[in-house]
Design a protein around this ligand. Structure first.
Ligand SMILES: [Zn+2]
Length: 139
């Protein structure tokens, strides 16, 4: 949602996740405190964040604060489903693809090249962007 390249690890072998994270220079974001005890993480070789809250907004806030995520902040530049950079589409391109009330109201559209989902800067987009910006405001 914030425009960061992410990968959901769905396997059962933690080591596979660690190897992937090291190879692809990723940060592990987890609720599993056992993973945090691994040498590769305690030594600092692999960066990891142990999520403490069960509440999604608090989890997001913790990730933003811990990793100091603001330098690359590009909200909704990557498909939420496919992790692929979104491509700009003209209003004419999407006329048949979005609901008429959206077409009437919105000027800017982007499309996922993989799943072809169309995104637009509607009220949900605006609300989420505001929320994320608030999280990033330093006290
Ligand atoms: Zn997609």
């Amino acid at each position: 949602m914030m425009g960061y390249d992410t990968l959901l690890f769905t396997g059962s072998d933690d080591w596979e996740m660690v190897v992937t994270a090291l190879r692809e220079e990723r940060v592990v974001v987890t609720k599993d405190s056992q993973i945090m005890k691994r040498g590769v993480i305690t030594s600092g070789r692999l960066k990891a964040v142990l999520i403490t809250s069960d509440e999604p907004e608090q989890q997001m806030k913790q990730v933003i604060e811990t990793l100091d995520l603001d330098c690359q902040f590009r909200p909704f530049s990557i498909c939420l489903e496919c992790n692929q950079p979104l491509v700009e589409r003209s209003k004419e391109d999407v006329e048949k693809l979005v609901p008429p009330h959206v077409f009437q109201a919105q000027e800017q559209y982007v499309e996922c090249p993989v799943c072809h989902r169309i995104y637009w800067k509607g009220t949900h987009w605006q609300a989420m962007t505001r929320k994320i910006e608030n999280f990033m405001k330093k006290p």
